[in-house]
Write a protein that binds this ligand. Structure first.
Ligand SMILES: Cc1ncc(COP(=O)(O)O)c(C=O)c1O
Length: 389
């Protein structure tokens, strides 16, 4: 291994949302943070070097991505996802959630219905509600530890509520599903049938476990392509979330015009120069780093699995097909959500994302971020073991 992911790097006092704001977020100061989805690993040297070079240049004026940026994007998606992305249809944004909100605003009006499948990344629900759109939920079904879409309910909810947009999480945070091509075809066809536009959030698409394959939603057919946008970003993959850079593929010309108009309305134009530089360097140089990172994350998953099986058998893991977020079933503890939160976050002092925040179906679960050195995981698991008899 060229990279040492075991190295513990102190993130305290670095403005880290994950480490430095426990009190403000009502958690114990000394809780071990395994919550928000960023990693406790340094990004690759090439990204650091490119940022240092720009920093030494010392001028941070308005900036735009060049052809080299888009070539890097194209090569990455071609190599990793067999996707020949037409970069003339890519619009940069300062984040995927930002782009989701902008698309909802651009394509719907107040009280229009937007569908999501919970449990899902909680800003989906928040974004819909804060924009005064109607939240419609089709619950995923946990079939023996494997989450599935209830297609009958999915379609019925669309019809009953005159849904305008479906917000797809592909791969799905927090339940770890990498939707198969067949599942995506079913979803896409139902959406086409009922004139529902699809926003496909593919921010976790570089973290696919062996035996699974990511399908870019828009590559399935021309009709799907014209009826969707695909939200991508280098930020999860290379731990760049604080640099706020994402690439939104908007192939439909009319939709892209509407999206850009929304950008004009809120006064957003050029992207952050450090984000542009980091994204380009990461996509140009990140292959080996990502390969080693994924191997390390897999070993972390196996470590957690074995530890839980041997020491905390009342908990069970949903086997992840993608993402570095583990969805842990704690229902056999027979606790209310409040009691579970108290037990894990305050008694064990492990700061997790409580399952219920991802929607009703998340009740009784916790989400563990395992993108950290094994030693951190070991300490957290020992703490949890000590409070579960
Ligand atoms: C599914 C999903 N979408 C979007 C985001 C956030 O993306 P951004 O920081 O670009 O808004 C996350 C972060 O955890 C996520 O899990």
């Amino acid at each position: 291994m060229k990279y040492n992911f075991d190295q513990i790097i102190d993130r305290h006092n670095t403005n880290s949302l994950k480490f430095d704001f426990a009190i403000q977020r009502k958690r114990p100061q000394d809780a071990i943070p395994l919550w928000v989805a960023d990693m406790d690993f340094q990004t690759l040297d090439e990204v650091k070097d490119a940022l240092v070079k720009k920093s030494n240049h010392g001028i941070f004026g308005y900036s735009e991505p060049t052809d080299r940026y888009f070539n890097a994007l194209n090569s990455w998606f071609k190599k990793h996802h067999n996707w020949d992305i037409d970069t003339s249809k890519v619009v940069l944004a300062c984040g995927v959630v930002f782009a989701i909100a902008a698309t909802i605003r651009a394509l719907t009006k107040e009280n229009d219905a937007v569908l999501i499948c919970q449990p899902v990344y909680y800003p989906f629900e928040e974004t819909i509600k804060v924009n005064n759109r109607k939240l419609v939920v089709s619950e995923l079904v946990n079939v023996n530890g494997h989450y599935e879409v209830d297609f009958k309910d999915f379609e019925q909810k669309i019809v009953d509520n005159d849904v305008k947009i479906f917000l797809l999480c592909n791969p799905h945070n927090p339940v770890g599903r990498v939707w198969t091509r067949e599942e995506l075809e079913k979803i896409g066809n139902i959406c086409l049938k009922h004139n529902v536009f699809v926003i496909s959030d593919e921010i976790h698409s570089d973290f696919i476990c062996e035996g699974h394959k990511h399908t870019v939603f828009s590559t399935i057919s021309k009709e799907f392509e014209q009826n969707s946008i695909v939200c991508t970003a280098p930020t999860k993959t290379f731990n760049l979330a604080g640099l706020h850079i994402s690439n939104i593929y908007i192939p439909n010309d009319s939709i892209r015009r509407k999206y850009k108009l929304e950008m004009d309305k809120i006064g957003y134009s050029q992207s952050n120069i450090m984000g542009i530089i980091a994204c380009q360097a990461a996509y140009e140089n990140g292959d080996e780093w990502l390969k080693e990172l994924k191997a390390y994350l897999k070993s972390n998953y196996l470590f957690v699995k074995e530890y839980i099986n041997n020491n905390i058998p009342k908990l069970s893991l949903i086997e992840p097909e993608g993402t570095y977020l583990l969805w842990v079933d704690c229902r056999r503890l027979n606790l209310t959500d409040r009691e579970l939160k108290e037990l894990i976050n305050f008694k064990a002092k492990v700061w997790v994302d409580d399952g219920y925040v991802f929607g009703q179906g998340g009740s009784g679960y916790i989400r563990l971020n395992i993108a950290c050195p094994k030693e951190t995981l070991r300490r957290a698991l020992e703490n949890i073991k000590d409070v579960i008899s």
